[in-house]
Design a protein around this ligand. Structure first.
Ligand SMILES: Cc1cc2nc3c(=O)[nH]c(=O)nc-3n(C[C@H](O)[C@H](O)[C@H](O)COP(=O)(O)O)c2cc1C
Length: 197
């Protein structure tokens, strides 16, 4: 599946799709970009459950978004059971909402995960070093981190979550008239259409 191959789309729809991917790619490298911290939604036992996550990487050629997370977390367990995921971001400077759908998997390629771990800051690594898993009950308020960090154990909890994006919904608000477009990934590229905002 290739996001770049939108040859079947009319020019302006193709440009919208390209812009969506460019914004996501730029956001992954820009600490201040609003689309860098979308809400990622999966299905938990009691229904939909969303949380903010940092977009770490956007692979335009393969239509993939990559996040880092703790394999022990409820979201990781739920997404391994049901990989369907919705991702919602809003860029207020552009009055642009992006709603994406896809399927998540947790990368098992040790070399890629090791490289991501090595590139992670010591502060961020500490998040994976808690003895108890994310969401575990505590007697009192605490960050849950031990006094000394077991780096190898923390590494085992660290995962790259790769989302294969299959649908994109673009909504741009404007005084002159809102515009909304939807795109669906197929084996030979993306198809798109305008729709009522
Ligand atoms: C700005 C911000 C960025 C966050 N980034 C991440 C992240 O990249 N990965 C992650 O697993 N959790 C991240 N979190 C924490 C999640 O929102 C969530 O609280 C945590 O992962 C537990 O989620 P779960 O109980 O659904 O598994 C972030 C929270 C905020 C507020």
């Amino acid at each position: 599946m290739t996001a770049g191959h939108a040859a079947s789309l009319p020019g302006d729809l193709a440009a919208v799709l390209d812009t969506a991917w460019q914004l996501l790619e730029a956001a992954a490298g820009d600490l201040k970009a609003p689309l860098r911290t979308p809400v990622v939604i999966g299905l938990a036992d009691n229904g939909p459950d969303g949380r903010v996550m940092v977009l770490r990487e956007c692979r335009v050629a393969s239509s993939q978004l990559i996040f880092h997370t703790d394999l022990r977390s409820p979201k990781a367990k739920n997404l391994q059971r049901d990989p369907r995921v919705a991702i919602v971001g809003y860029d207020a400077t552009r009055a642009l909402q992006l709603r994406l759908h896809g399927r998540a998997h947790f990368q098992t390629d040790e070399a890629a995960v090791d490289a991501a771990w090595r590139a992670t800051s010591p502060t961020a690594r500490r998040n994976y070093a808690t003895h108890l898993p994310p969401g575990a009950r505590l007697e009192s308020a605490s960050d849950g981190q031990p006094e000394s960090i077991d780096d190898a154990a923390a590494r085992r909890s660290f995962a790259r979550m790769v989302v294969d994006i299959t649908h994109i919904d673009w909504l741009e608000l404007a005084a002159a008239g809102h515009r909304r477009a939807q795109f669906v990934a197929a084996a030979d590229g993306w198809t798109g259409s305008w729709c009522v905002p």
